[in-house]
Each structure stands twice: as structure tokens, then as C-alpha cells.
Write a protein that binds this ligand. Structure first.
Ligand code: ADP
Ligand code: ZN
Length: 522
């Protein structure tokens, strides 16, 4: 650690992990992004190579990351190489020779190599000569179908254990709820592996989730007030929105670039390089951007759309503040997000059990978004960690006022019920709000909704408040949206709310949630 990398101390559980892996025992390492996972296999790889045990195979799904790591290792005098599709035949042969000679300390390869018979043959020959020292499986959560990074090729990695039962393995990830963890153990055949779970807390990241009002304006206010000239990432759901957001930020004088899987590979590479090298660039991106991006001074990660689940949210926000300095995780979230994410699950070709799991995961994220109490406590609780109020999230810094929306919730649900009774039809949120607020529109006239007993009974609440009520009812699963027009229908659980048995507490709508923090404006 000291001799090669120049670090005088271990971080967190590194020492324990490194000892375990160097000694030849299997390990599962769960550590947040930036926690120092790489050294957990690099140091053992070097130690074992020096002990004459040969080459460590590192499985990584990310070509860019392989490049960076191999470059850094060679610079430190550690003989490392990668095998991937970017090499010419000649280059690949050279790497293979280095590997077969046992001179190589670390070989990085993409997971799909493992299914390649020729490569397997080489590993077998290496193992027979006692020169296959260790297998490190990076981003090991990719083996779980429940996560958002599932990669088919990872399923093949259990083969490494079948073929080389005596070669120790270490699997590493920054994402792991109980389910993913269990999947990793099972699918990678890591039954006996020692598990190292570091705290997932990133104390320097300040979490804030604001109610979407006019998301673009909210974003620009956030950027100008708190992150003038800072580098950061703005995540959007669609490619189109990525392009629009990047163009719009640029027109507002903020240096921004788009990144998504629909762009040419060399455009993507160029944008990524610029983001890594230049100061103060804002990358507008889909989730195609970020895995393995090691930029220490990303000062904020903003979400203009809701991620799929808490793992996604945690991983994406985790790209902020890897240098340990203060950073922001900011998200704008609204009614349409809930409807969209639900619909994406409903319309996906996946099986019922998978959909159910995804809905459950989405619900957990919605609960986090609707929370009135400490975000971090809830986030960590999701990963099985107990903690107390953090003092560095929006809710801790500025406890939200709440209002009792039980009566409003009952009004909304009974109106949805009356729509059905009246005409057998269901309607979307906009129309429901018009009816509740007693607004006469073409649609209310057309359907005779002015005569409903609930027409106008909710006039005392603003449209914004109503959107909050409906969003919460959707998040809590008392309402469900259906079909092409996202019309609202009651669920079984709505009955208890209708009867007044379930109280509904909502955050008071605030224009600008204020951080305590680093306001740069003079
Ligand atoms: P991860 O893969 O968990 O996201 P990395 O392995 O890339 O994290 O490490 C993040 C940063 O922390 C790197 O710049 C790395 O050099 C640094 N780092 C890791 N361990 C130590 C340590 N013990 N002392 C100092 N710096 C460390
Ligand atoms: Zn908090």
C-alpha cells in the first residue's frame, strides 16, 4: 500500500479485506463509490504476484475504466494490461503472451471474455501451471436481475469458480440492498465468501428533493445560487430531454454537454474527456453516463427525472463529492414522474414477478421523496444501516411544514369513485383537480361533472396542493394510473383512506427550499 501506492493508511475496512484476499479467501466487498474498492484487489494482486502466485484476472464491464486503471498501474510500475475489443489482433497477442508468461500482475477483461473458449483455454493452462492467482469481479451487482445494471454476461462468471475452484475470488460493488447481495452470493457461487460491508454514508453529500414546479427554472436557480462554475451532472430520463436540457443550459450561459447512448461513440468519448479534463462543465446525461467515471470534484448531481429506484438514486448521486468536499444531490420530483415510472414498469415486457419487484423498489424511492424527516436516515435504512438525523439534508436543515391532507385525500378519492359511478369512466389528474376546485371546462360540461356532489368542494386548496395530494395518493398506492391517458382508479387500499382510517400528512409546498449552505452569490 505504501510502497507502491504511497498511501500511509488504510481506509475503512481495506486492511481487513486486503488481508483476507491476499491470504486466498473469498470475499464480497460492499463499499460506497469512492470508498477505495480498487485497492482491495490491487494490493492483494501485487502481494500474491510477488509470492509467485501469478496473474490476477480483473473482470470489469467498463472499457474506459480499464484504460484508466491500467494506465495508472503501469505508471506506478505495476505490470498490468487489458483485453477488450479496442485492441488490434497484434496488441491482443502481446497481452496474451505477457499473461501466459506469468509476468503480468493484473489482467483486466470484460465479462464476455469468460464465455470465449479460447480465453478459457488460456486461463486453464495458466491455472494448471499455478499462475492464476486471483479473480476480482468488479461491479458485481451487474449479476443481479433486480438491479438496474444487469448484464447477461455476468451470469457466466460462476463458471470461473467451477473451472478453477482453488482460485480465490473477490466480488466488489457499490450497490447492495439485501436482495442484490443475496443474488451476488448465489449467482457468483460465493457461498463461503466473507462479507465486508462498509457504511454507505456519504456525509459530505447534502441531499435535497424538491417538489417539481417549473423544473428548468428550479434547476437554473439551483445552479446559479449554489454552483456557479462547478462541474456537475444533470440526469434526465430520455435522450431527447438530455439534448434539450444541454442546449437550454448553454443558451443560459452555462457550459453544458449532452451524453446518451444515442450519440456517436466518438462524440460520447469527446464529451466524457472534456468533462473529466475541463473545469466547471455540466454534463446532461441519461444513466448511460457515469459508471466508472472517476472525477473527484463533481460538485453536484441533479435529477430532473425520478430514477428507477433507491439503488439508482444512490449510485448516481454517489458520483458527487468523491474528493470528500461538500457536494449536493438535488432532485426535482413531481406527479408526472410517479405516473411515468409506474407506466414504464407496467408497459415493460418483463414478467409479473419482476414487475412486482420493480414496483416495490419504486415505492421505496417515492417514500424517500415524500419523506418529511431526515433523507439520509431513510436512505441508509434502505441499505440496512441505522443512523440518526444527519443535519445535512434539506429536511434536517429546513424541516418542512406539513398539513393534514386527510380531508382532501378523501375528497379526491370519492370524486374518482363518483366518476366511475356516474359514467363508468375514469379521468386523469388534471380533470380531477378541475372538478375538485369547481372549475368549469369543456370537459366538465361535456361529462356533466358540474352536477357531481363533490364539484367544487376542494376550492379552498390550490392546484399545487391538489397535485401534492394526488401524487401522495399515487405514491402510497391508494390511487393507480391506467392506460394511455393515465387515468386514475381506486385501489383496494383506498377504502381505508375514504373511511378516514388512514391519515394523510403532506409537506407544505414551498417555492424555493433553502439549503443552509454554500451560497456563492455575493
Ligand atoms: P471506488 O472504486 O470504491 O469507487 P477507488 O478505488 O476508485 O474507489 O478509490 C477512490 C479514491 O480514493 C482513489 O483516488 C484512490 O486512490 C483513493 N484511495 C483509496 N484508498 C485510499 C487510501 N487508503 N488512502 C488514500 N487514498 C485512497
Ligand atoms: Zn438529514
Amino acid at each position: 500500500m505504501q510502497q507502491v501506492f504511497g498511501y500511509s493508511a488504510f481506509r475503512g475496512e481495506q486492511q481487513d479485506i486486503i488481508q483476507t484476499v491476499s491470504a486466498g479467501d473469498d470475499a464480497m466487498v460492499l463499499m460506497p463509490t469512492g470508498g477505495g474498492k480498487s485497492l482491495c484487489y490491487q494490493v492483494p494482486a501485487i502481494a500474491r504476484h510477488r509470492a509467485g502466485l501469478g496473474v490476477t484476472l480483473v473482470i470489469s464491464p467498463l472499457i474506459a475504466l480499464m484504460h484508466d486503471q491500467v494506465g495508472a498501474l503501469e505508471e506506478l510500475g505495476v505490470h498490468a494490461a487489458f483485453l477488450n475489443s479496442s485492441l488490434t489482433g497484434e496488441e491482443a497477442s502481446r497481452v496474451e503472451r505477457e499473461m501466459m508468461s506469468g509476468r503480468l500482475v493484473m489482467l483486466y477483461a470484460a465479462p464476455e471474455r469468460v464465455t470465449n473458449p479460447r480465453f478459457m483455454g488460456m486461463l486453464t493452462a495458466l491455472d494448471e501451471r499455478g499462475l492464476l492467482s486471483l479473480v476480482a469481479i468488479d461491479e458485481a451487482h451487474c449479476v443481479s436481475q433486480w438491479g438496474h445494471d444487469f448484464r447477461e454476461d455476468y451470469l457466466q462468471l460462476a463458471q470461473l469458480h467451477e473451472r478453477f475452484p482453488n482460485v480465490p475470488r473477490v466480488a466488489l460493488t457499490a450497490t447492495a440492498d439485501d436482495h442484490t447481495r443475496a443474488d451476488m452470493r448465489e449467482r457468483l457461487a460465493l457461498t463461503g465468501a466473507r462479507e465486508f460491508i462498509s457504511s454507505f454514508d456519504r456525509p459530505n453529500i447534502r441531499y435535497a428533493i424538491v417538489e417539481k414546479d417549473e423544473a428548468k427554472k428550479q434547476l437554473i436557480r439551483f445552479l446559479r445560487d449554489e454552483h456557479e462554475g462547478d462541474a456537475g451532472i444533470v440526469y434526465c430520463q430520455s435522450r431527447k430531454k438530455v439534448e434539450e436540457t444541454a442546449a437550454w443550459l448553454s443558451s443560459e450561459g452555462i457550459s453544458a454537454l449532452p451524453y446518451h447512448a444515442g450519440l456517436d461513440a466518438d462524440v460520447r468519448r469527446r464529451h466524457q474527456d472534456r468533462f473529466l479534463r475541463e473545469d466547471g462543465l455540466v454534463m446532461c446525461a441519461t444513466i448511460a453516463f457515469g459508471m466508472g467515471i472517476d472525477k473527484p470534484d463533481v460538485r453536484f448531481v441533479a435529477h430532473l427525472d425520478l430514477p428507477k429506484n433507491i439503488e439508482g438514486y444512490y449510485q448516481e448521486t454517489g458520483r458527487a463529492g468523491r474528493d470528500g468536499e461538500a457536494a449536493d444531490a438535488w432532485m426535482a420530483y413531481g406527479l408526472a414522474d410517479v405516473v411515468n415510472q409506474r407506466r414504464m414498469i407496467d408497459e415493460s415486457p418483463a414478467g409479473d414477478e419482476f414487475k412486482k419487484m420493480q414496483r416495490g423498489k419504486l415505492d421505496a424511492l417515492l417514500t424517500l421523496a415524500e419523506a418529511h424527516d431526515c433523507r439520509r436516515v431513510r436512505l441508509l435504512a434502505y441499505f440496512g444501516e441505522k443512523s440518526s438525523a444527519c443535519g445535512n439534508c434539506d429536511n434536517c436543515l429546513n424541516p418542512p411544514a406539513t398539513w393534514d391532507a386527510t380531508e382532501a385525500a378523501r375528497m379526491a378519492l370519492s370524486t374518482v369513485y363518483r366518476f366511475r359511478q356516474h359514467s363508468g369512466l375514469s379521468f386523469g389528474a388534471g380533470h380531477l383537480i378541475d372538478v375538485l376546485r369547481g372549475k368549469v371546462t369543456d370537459k366538465t360540461t361535456q361529462h356533466g361533472h358540474g352536477s357531481l356532489s363533490t364539484f367544487g368542494i376542494g376550492a379552498k386548496w390550490s392546484e399545487q396542493q391538489w397535485r401534492g395530494v394526488i401524487r401522495q395518493l399515487l405514491s402510497l398506492g391508494h390511487l393507480q394510473s391506467e392506460g394511455e391517458y393515465n387515468t386514475l382508479v381506486l385501489t383496494d387500499s383506498a377504502r381505508a383512506v375514504l373511511k378516514g382510517e388512514v391519515p394523510v400528512l403532506l409537506r407544505e409546498h414551498r417555492e424555493t427550499p433553502k439549503g443552509s449552505g454554500r451560497t456563492r452569490r455575493s
